[in-house]
Structure formats: C-alpha cells, structure tokens
Design a protein around this ligand. Structure first.
Ligand code: IPE
Ligand code: IPE
Ligand code: MG
Length: 248
C-alpha cells in the first residue's frame, strides 16, 4: 500500500510550514559548492507543493531566506537572490497550470529590486488562483514581523483608533504578515537541526513539530507523507487532558 493511502483525509493539517534546511551540507557531501545544494533544492520545493496539492492541503509556507541569512558570504547571498529570480520566472507557468496562489511574508523592501519585482509580479499574477496557497518566507524573521506588528499597533493607539484595553490575541494575529492565514498545524524542519531559527514564533505556538535528518534537496513527497502520518498519530491536547480529548 502506498504511503499516501495510509493518510486519513479527514484529519489533514490545513497548513504546513517547512524550514528547508541542509542544502549546504548536501552539496559539501558531494564535494560541491554550497550553491549547488541551493540549485538542487528546487525539486524538493516542487515535491512539497505537489504533495500538498494532491491532498488538497490549502496552505504551505516555506522558509526560503531569513533576515539572518544576510550574514552569509556575499557570493552565496547573491547566488541565492539570482536563483530566486530565475526560479520564480521559470516556474510561474507551472504555478498557473496548477492553480497555485503564490504569496510572500517578509520584508520585500529589503530585497534587491529585481528579486522583489519578480516576486510581486508572480504574487499579482496568481492572486485569483484557488488551489494551494504557497507562501514563501523571504527576508523574513519572526522577531522582525512581531516588531513591525507592535509598531503598527502603537501608531493606532497614538492616533486614537485603538484602545490598548482592546488589544487581544486576535488583534495581534491580524497585525502580522500572516493576517487571515490559519496558523500552521505542522512544522517540519529538515537536516536534523532542532530549532526554530526565528520562524513564525507566534503562529507556531501550538503546532506539532517534526524534525527529520533528511537534507532538504533529498526531501520527497514520501517524506512529506511520513511527516503527515506522524502528525496524525499525535494527540493534540491544547491544554486539556487526554481523557477530555477522547470524550470529544
Ligand atoms: C537552507 O540550507 C537554505 C537556506 C538557509 C537559504 P542551508 O544553506 O542552511 O544548508 P546548511 O544548513 O548549511 O547545510
Ligand atoms: C533557517 O535555516 C533559514 C532558512 C531555512 C531560510 P538556517 O540554516 O539559516 O538556520 P540556522 O542559522 O542554522 O539556525
Ligand atoms: Mg542551514
């Protein structure tokens, strides 16, 4: 029986977030430059998007470039930006053919103009697509996002349009880049690292975390299905007791 057939279609995560990690190590293991790993990462992006589409999972967020990644060698950063421009340009037709809506979170203003433009064009072009929402986190970090949200709310208070007493969990969620998008229920990180690296700290508050040693360029649809199967084995208690959950 294929792995996909073991998945319970009635209990799918509605949003999966992935920290795509391990490209550099994947390349180094073969005696290649790190950028070779980034180039070979596109197939895994395709596999993850196809896997989600196949299961009609509506949201997939991929961490593509963190604000901390600017600290990498200039040559690697430039190559990553170039690769992003090329890939978005080349894959736009495929996104449209698969009814995928591309979205972004992160500070696009901080990207090279060409890169921001390519992303904005693909986002605009695919905005009416009704299939998978593919959300790329680019020049993103959670602390940046939270800082921006706090600033926005502080200005609203200063203007008198927001009463501090009325600030709730929902007000804060709505001020984030992910406003209107349900929180991820499953977070996958590849390459064996067990940390969040400034990714969706607020939104992942109750997500199930799944870590796999697979390096991102090797990540396949089967790896995604395995993560979903593991998610379905977990009991999500949200503070309640196991007995309460079973009685629901
Ligand atoms: C993830 O792979 C891709 C980005 C962060 C852009 P890495 O480049 O972090 O690969 P490792 O972790 O060095 O192997
Ligand atoms: C996290 O990976 C960022 C992305 C996947 C884009 P890193 O490889 O940059 O994370 P750290 O620095 O090892 O935590
Ligand atoms: Mg890494």
């Amino acid at each position: 029986m294929a792995l996909v057939d073991l998945i319970d279609r009635t209990r799918l995560p509605q949003h999966i977030a992935i920290i795509m990690d391990g490209n550099g190590r994947w390349a180094r293991r073969q005696g290649e430059e790190r950028i070779f790993g980034h180039r070979n990462a596109i197939a895994a992006v395709r596999a993850a998007a196809e896997g989600c589409s196949e299961l009609s999972i509506p949201y997939l967020t991929l961490y593509a470039f963190s604000t901390e990644n600017w600290a990498r060698p200039r040559q690697e950063v430039d190559a990553l930006m170039e690769l992003m421009v090329e890939t978005i340009h080349r894959e736009l037709k495929t996104l449209m053919a698969h009814n995928i809506r591309l979205r972004t979170i992160g500070d696009l203003k901080g990207l090279p103009a060409k890169c921001a433009r390519e992303l904005e064009e693909a986002v605009a072009c695919s905005r009416l697509n009704t299939g998978l929402n593919l959300i790329l986190a680019v020049n993103y970090s959670s602390k940046w996002e939270l800082t921006e949200a706090m600033r926005k709310l502080a200005y609203q208070v200063q203007e008198g349009s927001l009463d501090p007493e009325e600030i709730t969990d929902a007000t804060i969620s709505a001020a984030l880049q992910t406003a209107g998008i349900p929180f991820p229920e499953l977070m996958i990180r590849t390459s064996g690292e067990m940390r969040l690296s400034n990714f969706l700290l607020w939104q992942l508050a109750y997500a199930e975390l799944y870590f796999t040693p697979v390096l991102w360029p090797d990540f396949s649809k089967e790896d995604l299905f395995e993560a979903i199967l593991e998610f379905q084995k977990r009991e999500r208690r949200f503070g309640m007791t196991s007995e309460q959950i079973k009685a629901l």
